[in-house]
Design a protein around this ligand. Structure first.
Ligand code: GTP
Length: 217
């Protein structure tokens, strides 16, 4: 299926009358086939796990509220090419579009963990000059402990060494873990934007906005 990609025009801020504008965040899901990329996406969109998803590559839109603010998520559920041993499937187009990335492997499929390792490496190489968008690595299918071939420690270490976030979840069992992944990624995107906009001052402003809000609640 052909995916139409609009240029990345995500922005945030206030409208002329001072009201908060909707914030947009483009999120790209990558990872080998069969790891649960569609399951994660559908869980986030509908709170449901439906079991079988078919091979459809799509960009979905989902509106959410975080800390009282309207967020418009555009979620690109990508397909990993069959019989492809390389990571050439990640194009500049993917990376330019994405404000943040979720790299998914299955805890019971070691080769899918290797794919994520290669993809992280490739993304870091490609974005060396323009700055890397935040990445969260997700070990999915946590419910299948008896078939585990990738330890939590290995996942955590990979994330640590590549400066990525890390979660182990089961899209099949819980909605909450999936929600945490998307919300944490959104926080990282906001930090990255603040840093781009105003250097360290931007981050301080963004942190104090969070604490200010927390105190008010
Ligand atoms: N046990 C278990 N099965 C899962 C979980 N998440 C997904 N699955 C199953 O894994 C299979 C693949 O899930 P998909 O979401 O289609 O995986 P995908 O990564 O989108 O696969 P491609 O479309 O081939 O890229 C399906 O049979 C799902 O039901 C999970 O957390 N636990």
């Amino acid at each position: 299926m052909v995916v139409q990609v609009k240029p990345n025009t995500s922005h945030s801020g206030k409208t002329m009358d001072g009201t908060q504008q909707k914030v947009e965040a483009n999120i790209l899901l990558l990872g080998a086939e069969n790891v649960g990329k569609s399951a994660l996406t559908v869980r986030f969109l509908t709170r449901r796990f439906i079991g079988e998803y078919g091979d459809i590559e799509s960009i979905y839109n989902h509106n959410d509220k975080i800390g009282g603010r309207e967020i418009s998520f555009n979620i690109w559920d990508s397909l990993y090419p069959q019989n492809c041993e390389t990571t050439e499937s990640i194009t500049e187009k993917h990376l330019q579009w994405a404000d943040g990335l979720i790299l998914v492997y299955s805890i019971c499929d070691r080769s899918s963990f290797d794919v994520v390792r290669q993809q992280v490496h490739r993304i870091k190489q490609a974005k060396k000059t323009s700055g890397v968008s935040p990445i969260i690595i997700v070990g999915n299918k946590r419910d299948l402990q008896h078939r585990r071939t990738v330890s939590s420690e290995e996942g955590r270490l990979l994330a640590l060494s590549a400066d990525c976030g890390f979660f182990e979840i089961s899209a099949a069992e819980t909605y909450h873990g999936v929600l945490l992944v998307f919300h944490q990624l959104f926080d990282l995107i906001r930090e990255a934007r603040a840093l781009k906009k105003g250097g360290i001052k931007g981050i301080v402003r963004s942190v104090s906005a969070v604490f200010g809000r927390k105190r008010a609640e």
